[in-house]
Design a protein around this ligand. Structure first.
Ligand SMILES: Nc1ncnc2c1ncn2[C@@H]1O[C@H](COP(=O)(O)OP(=O)(O)OP(=O)(O)O)[C@@H](O)[C@H]1O
Length: 257
């Protein structure tokens, strides 16, 4: 069996600010298995984004540690891709140039193969033929697809997604969820996916962590009891509906607390 891709060891995070200190996370321990899709749910401010930033090496924990592939994280790494709530594309660069931006940033040049791969990824995210457009010429959903293609371009082993669909309308969001299922079925990755949508978490993930807070800690974990491949019909699966109802109850209780 493969060792876990990500491991949190008794991790804590205290932010010190001019107005005092905030204990954002306390004693967080969990693993994310190789090619597991883990969704994280939890009340606002319980530290979900903070967890992602620590996996990505953008923030160091104040106690405990986070390991990626068995090594403590000490800084940003190339084998982790990140998709944020907003795609933050360079407005003056074409869609294709945005997708190859990380490789240009890392190596200083872009090869014909890099451009070919950008085209393949555009097709994969449903944007074939849009490579020469500027971001402003695309809808919010299309821009978010470009952000996903950019995160996949360096073929990262781990993909971190922080509420990637929260700025989208409900229908686009649902379509993007099904697209993600297809993309990861073609090319499995270890994914950590933060969302406030219970049904999105249950549809996409192998396992759902529900955090409680604050300080945030792991409240409970739930295996998603439906098989892959998944699609629109999975939304009607009684096991998924039961899990969704349970998660919703849990979150309501936690939000109220
Ligand atoms: N750089 C920072 N400096 C000070 N406090 C911070 C910083 N980053 C996060 N925090 C605090 O840490 C706590 C957790 O924040 P975080 O953004 O991780 O929560 P979250 O669960 O992702 O919230 P949401 O669901 O609303 O996006 C919050 O109380 C936040 O104010």
């Amino acid at each position: 069996m493969q060792p876990p891709s990500i491991r949190f060891n008794a991790l804590g995070q205290v932010f010190k600010t001019r107005s005092g200190q905030t204990e954002a996370l306390r004693d967080v321990s969990f693993d994310v298995a190789h090619h597991e899709f883990l969704a994280i749910l939890g009340p606002s401010g319980c530290g979900k984004s903070t967890l992602l930033r620590m996996i990505a090496g953008l923030l160091m924990p104040t106690c405990g540690n986070v390991e990626v592939f068995g090594m403590p994280v000490t800084g940003p790494r190339d084998d982790i891709g990140i998709v944020f709530q907003k795609p933050t594309l360079l407005p003056w660069a074409t869609v294709e140039d945005n997708i190859v931006f990380p490789v240009r940033h890392k190596t200083g040049h872009v090869s014909p193969r890099d451009r070919e791969r950008a085209q393949e990824l555009l097709a994969m995210v449903g944007l074939e033929g849009f490579g020469k457009r500027l971001p402003d010429e695309l809808s919010g959903g299309m821009q978010q697809r470009v952000g996903i293609a950019r995160a996949l371009h360096m073929d990262p082993d781990i993909l971190l997604m922080d509420e990637p669909f929260s700025a989208l309308d409900a229908l686009t969001r649902e379509v993007m969820g099904f697209d993600l299922l297809r993309i990861f079925a073609e090319k499995p990755k270890t994914v950590v996916f933060i969302t406030h949508s219970v049904s999105e978490a249950a549809l996409l993930a192998d396992r759902v962590l529900v955090m409680s807070g604050r300080p945030g800690t792991v409240g409970s974990e739930h295996i998603v009891p439906i098989r892959r491949p998944r699609g629109p019909e999975s939304m009607k699966d009684p096991a998924l509906l039961e899990l969704t109802a349970n998660l919703r109850d849990l979150l309501m209780t936690r939000e109220a607390a």
